[in-house]
Design a binder for this molecule. Structure first.
Ligand SMILES: [Zn+2]
Length: 820
C-alpha cells in the first residue's frame, strides 16, 4: 500500500451491485434481485478457515454432528414419517403405520440437517453423503400431495391428523399447526442443496409447495400469517433463486397480515410495523425480525426497518444476556420483561441465539454499523456454541448462566429444533467473517484462514493469521490481484473499545488502559472510528499487510443495576469470551458460594490439554459456608474460570457466570441438615424430562436453596403432567434418626402452569417394612409462599415419606421439605 493513500473516510455509498449474493449463495445459482442489501456477505464458500478455534468445530459438525443428527432423525421415526405419508397417499399404509408424529414440526429436523449437510457439501464434496440426501429427497417428494401440500402430520392420517393440526389445512396455522414453519425450513434446505449441488430435486418440491401457497393466499385470496415464523426468510430465498416476485410478495403479505389484537406469544399483538418491544417466543421473534430485514432489503420498505431498529434497541438495552443469549423465561420460551434476566432459570434457547445472529447480521447488512457485529460476535462465541458439546454429540436446548449441578447436555430432544439448527449454523460460520459493499471490504470477524473475494472487478485474496479468540494479534495480508484503490474497513470490537455491548446494560468496571493498535505495513494508523471501523483507504498492492493488536486483559463486567439477578456480582470476560466458574475446577466442587474480592488478582493462562484448548482465568477467591451456629465461615480457595461455552463437557456440576464480589450477593453453603444429608426419591408419576430437555430432580427439595415464593421456578420438583393423583416423595436418612416435625414449602405455578398446592397431605414413617402415618393433630397446611409446619409424635425411623393428593384437575409439587 502506498502510504499517502491512507486516509480515514466515512464511506458507504449504497451500491446496487450486480454481483450475486446471499449468505449461502454461490454465483451460478441465484438471480440478482433488482434491490438487495447494500452490503453483501462474502459467502462461506469463498472463506476457508484454517484456525484452531473454528476449523475443528466446523469439521466436527461435518463429521460427527451431521451424521449423528441424521441417525437420530432415522431412529426417532422422523424419516419414516415421510415414508408413511407416501404410503398413505398411495393407499398402501397399514393401520399400525398410520401413526402421527409426536410433534407436527418433526419434518423440520430433517430439512435443517439437509441444509447443514448441503453447506458442507458446497465446500467439501462427499458422494456418500450426497447420495444419502438424494434418497431422503425421494422420500420427501413421495410424501408431497398432488397439489403441492407437504405435511406428514396430516397426510399420514388425514381423518385423524395431529391434534394441533386442525381438521382442515391451515385452519390452525396461526396457533399450533406449524404447516408454514415446516415449509420455511424446507425452502432453506432446498435452496442450500440446489446451490451446493446444482440439483433441482428438492427445489422443485419446495417450489411446488410455494406455488400452492401463492395460489391460496394473498390479496383477494385467503389471509394467513405463520404461527411460527421462518417461511418469510425461506420465501425470500426462493425469490433470490428464481427471481419470481410472487414469493417476495407473499412473504410481505404474511408479515403485513400479522396483528393487531393477537397474542404476543407469536408477535401478533400489533402490526409488525407498530412493534417496538421484543416480546413472546424468542425464536419466532428473531426469525420474524430477520424476515422483515430480508423483505425490507428487497423492497426498500423503511417502516419495517424502523420497527426492527426500535426492537433491537429494546433487546440490546434491556433483554440481552452477557452471553448474547436471549429469551429469559421458560414460560412460552419467551423474552421476559425489561431487565428480567435471571441466571439459574435463564432459558436462552440455542435456536434463539442462532436467530439473534441471523437478525444482527442482517441489520449490519442494512446499516453497515459494527454494533450489530458486536452483538453477533458475543452471541456466537458464547451463548450459541454453548449449545453443542465439544465432541459434537450432545446439546443444550436452554443455556442458563448458572447451574445448581443438576443440568446436563442431552444427545437429542423430543422437540429437536436446536441440534438441527446447530448443524446448519456451524457449517455457515465462515460466511460471517467478511462483507463487501462496492469497493469496500469489511473485516468483521477474526479467524485464521484465507478468502478469495470478488470485489469491484478483481478477486481480492486475503489471508488472516491470528490465534483469536485467545490472542488479539491479527495479521491480514492482502493480494488485490492487480494493484488498485479500495477501502478496507477493519472492525474494532466493542469489547476492545471499553463497551461490552452497545448500550448501558453492561459495563466494564475496570480500565486497563491498553490501547488498540492498527498498523499498515508496520506503520501506525491513527484510530478514528467510523461506525466501529477503522477505514483504510488507498492503493493496495500484493504483500501489503494490516496488523491489528487488540489487548486482551481479564476484564470484570457489571450489569445495569436494574438487573436484579446480577446485583453485587461481576462477570469475567477476556476478548470476546465470557467466562464461567464450574464445580469440577473448584477444590470444593462448589462455585455458587464463591465470593470474588474486588482486588483479587486474576491472570489468564492457555491450557492446551483442557477442553480442546482454552484460555483459563485463575486466581484466588473465598468459599463461603454457614457453620452449625449459623455463622458464615470464609476460606480462601483456588479459583479457576473456563470459557462459558465449554461448561458441561465434564459431567454435571455447579456453574456460575455472575460471581458475587460483594458479601450481600454471596450465597454461603447452608449448614448440613438431616434432610440435606438424605437420599431423596419420588413416586414415578410425571415426566422427568420435558420435550425441551428440562429435567426435574427430586433432589431439588433438599438442596438447601430458599425459594422466594411458591412460584419460584429456580429449584423445585413436581409431578406435572399427572393430575388429581396421590404421589409421594421420600427421604432415606443416612442413619436411623428421631424426628418430630416437618416443614413443607409447596410449589404452585398459578398464572403460568397447571401445578397447585395439594388437596391434602400426610407424613408416613418406615416401621420395619411397613409405612405408617405419623400421629399429629395437624393442621396439614397448604398455604402458598411459606413453610407449612406440622409437629407430630416423635418417631425413630430410617425413612420418612411425604404423601400428597392433588386437587382434582391439577398437578402438585414441592419447593422444599425440611425435617426436624
Ligand atoms: Zn431450538
Amino acid at each position: 500500500m502506498k502510504s499517502p493513500g491512507i486516509r480515514l473516510t466515512a464511506v458507504l455509498a449504497v451500491v446496487l451491485c450486480s454481483q450475486l449474493t446471499g449468505q449461502q449463495s454461490s454465483a451460478s445459482n441465484t438471480v440478482a434481485p433488482p434491490r438487495d442489501y447494500p452490503i453483501k456477505p462474502v459467502p462461506f464458500t469463498a472463506v476457508h478457515l484454517t484456525d484452531a478455534f473454528w476449523a475443528p468445530r466446523i469439521e466436527t459438525n461435518r463429521k460427527v454432528t451431521i451424521p449423528f443428527a441424521f441417525q437420530k432423525c432415522e431412529e426417532t421415526g422422523r424419516v419414516a414419517n415421510f415414508v408413511h405419508a407416501a404410503e398413505a397417499l398411495r393407499g398402501q399404509i397399514s393401520n399400525q403405520d398410520r401413526k402421527i408424529p409426536p410433534y407436527p414440526f418433526d419434518d423440520t429436523d430433517i430439512y435443517k440437517v439437509i441444509e447443514g449437510a448441503s453447506y458442507t457439501l458446497s465446500v467439501k464434496p462427499d458422494p456418500v453423503l450426497e447420495s444419502y440426501i438424494d434418497g431422503l429427497i425421494l422420500k420427501i417428494g413421495a410424501a408431497q400431495e398432488k397439489d403441492g401440500y407437504l405435511y406428514t402430520a396430516r397426510t399420514i392420517d388425514p381423518a385423524h391428523p395431529h391434534q394441533w393440526s386442525g381438521a382442515h389445512r391451515w385452519e390452525e396455522e396461526e396457533v399450533l399447526s406449524h404447516e408454514l414453519y415446516n415449509l420455511g425450513h424446507l425452502y432453506e434446505a432446498a435452496v442450500a442443496y440446489y446451490q451446493a449441488t446444482g440439483k433441482r430435486s428438492l427445489l422443485e418440491i419446495a417450489l411446488k409447495t410455494a406455488n400452492l401457497l401463492c395460489d391460496t393466499f394473498g390479496p383477494g385470496k385467503k389471509t394467513i400469517w405463520p404461527g411460527h415464523q421462518i417461511v418469510e426468510m425461506g420465501l425470500v430465498k426462493l425469490y433470490r433463486v428464481t427471481g419470481d416476485e410472487r414469493y417476495l410478495n407473499l412473504a410481505k403479505f404474511m408479515l403485513d397480515a400479522r396483528g393487531p389484537g393477537g397474542s404476543s406469544y407469536n408477535q401478533a399483538n400489533l402490526k409488525v410495523v407498530d412493534q417496538t418491544e421484543a416480546v413472546g417466543h424468542a425464536v419466532r421473534a428473531t426469525y420474524m425480525y430477520s424476515g422483515m430485514a430480508d423483505v425490507a432489503a428487497m423492497t426498500g420498505d423503511t417502516a419495517y426497518v424502523h420497527a426492527i431498529d426500535t426492537i433491537w434497541e429494546n433487546v440490546v438495552r434491556k433483554k440481552l444476556y452477557i452471553s448474547g443469549g436471549i429469551g429469559a423465561t421458560g414460560a412460552g420460551e419467551a423474552f421476559g420483561a425489561n431487565y428480567e434476566l435471571p441466571n439459574l432459570t435463564a432459558y436462552n434457547e440455542t435456536c434463539a441465539s442462532i436467530g439473534n445472529d441471523f437478525w444482527n447480521e442482517r441489520l449490519f447488512l442494512l446499516h453497515g454499523d459494527s454494533k450489530y457485529i458486536d452483538v453477533m460476535e458475543r452471541t456466537l462465541y458464547n451463548g450459541l456454541i454453548s449449545g453443542v458439546s465439544l465432541d459434537g454429540k450432545s446439546f443444550f436446548y436452554q443455556n442458563p448462566l448458572e447451574s445448581n449441578g443438576r443440568k446436563a447436555r442431552s444427545p437429542w430432544f423430543g422437540v429437536a429444533c436446536c441440534p438441527g439448527n446447530i448443524t446448519r449454523f456451524m457449517a455457515s460460520v465462515p460466511g460471517y467473517v467478511y462483507a463487501v459493499a462496492g469497493d469496500t471490504l469489511y473485516v468483521n470477524l477474526f479467524a485464521g484462514g484465507n478468502a478469495e473475494i470478488p470485489m469491484g472487478g478483481r478477486t481480492l485474496k486475503i489471508v488472516q493469521e491470528t490465534r483469536y479468540p485467545w490472542e488479539g494479534n491479527v495479521r491480514i495480508s492482502i493480494d488485490p490481484g492487480k494493484p488498485g484503490s479500495f477501502a478496507i474497513k477493519v472492525r474494532i470490537p466493542g469489547w476492545a473499545r471499553g463497551e461490552p455491548v452497545p448500550s448501558d446494560l453492561y459495563r466494564f468496571v475496570d480500565d486497563p488502559h491498553e490501547p488498540v493498535c492498527v498498523r499498515v505495513n508496520g506503520r501506525n494508523v491513527p484510530i478514528h472510528l467510523d461506525e466501529g471501523y477503522v477505514t483504510l483507504n488507498g492503493e493496495w498492492k500484493r504483500g501489503d499487510a494490516i496488523t491489528l493488536d487488540l489487548p486482551m486483559p481479564v476484564r470484570r463486567i457489571a450489569a445495569n443495576s436494574q438487573v436484579a439477578a446480577d446485583r453485587g456480582r461481576v462477570a469475567l470476560e477476556r476478548g470476546p469470551i465470557v467466562y464461567a466458574a464450574e464445580g469440577v475446577d473448584s477444590p470444593t466442587h462448589r462455585v455458587r458460594n464463591l465470593l470474588l474480592p474486588e482486588d483479587a488478582k486474576l491472570t489468564a493462562a492457555y491450557r492446551p490439554d483442557l477442553l480442546n484448548g482454552v484460555e483459563v482465568i485463575e486466581g484466588r477467591a473465598l468459599s463461603l459456608a454457614y457453620d452449625a451456629q449459623g455463622k458464615v465461615v470464609r476460606s480462601a480457595v483456588r479459583f479457576t474460570a473456563i470459557p462459558y461455552y465449554a461448561w458441561a463437557n465434564r459431567g454435571r456440576d455447579e456453574m456460575v457466570v455472575w460471581i458475587p464480589d460483594s458479601a450481600s450477593a454471596a450465597k454461603p453453603v447452608p449448614s448440613p441438615t438431616l434432610a440435606m444429608a438424605s437420599k431423596v426419591t419420588a413416586s414415578s408419576g410425571g415426566g422427568r424430562v420435558t420435550g425441551e430437555g428440562m429435567e426435574k430432580h427430586p433432589e431439588a427439595v433438599n438442596d438447601g436453596d430458599e425459594p422466594s415464593s411458591s412460584s419460584d421456578p429456580a429449584s423445585y420438583f413436581d409431578w406435572w403432567p399427572e393430575k388429581g393423583k396421590t404421589e409421594w416423595i421420600e427421604y432415606d436418612f443416612p442413619k436411623t434418626s428421631t424426628v418430630s416435625g416437618v416443614q413443607v414449602y409447596w410449589f404452585d405455578d398459578t398464572g403460568r402452569g397447571e401445578v397447585r398446592v395439594p388437596a391434602s397431605w400426610r407424613v408416613l414413617y418406615k416401621d420395619g417394612d411397613a409405612w405408617k402415618p405419623v400421629r399429629s393433630a395437624g393442621p396439614w397446611g397448604v398455604e402458598r409462599d411459606k413453610y407449612n409446619a406440622v409437629a407430630f409424635r416423635a418417631v425413630t425411623t430410617s425413612s420418612l415419606r411425604l404423601e400428597l393428593t392433588m386437587q382434582v384437575g391439577w398437578s402438585a409439587g414441592v419447593q422444599k421439605w425440611k425435617v426436624e
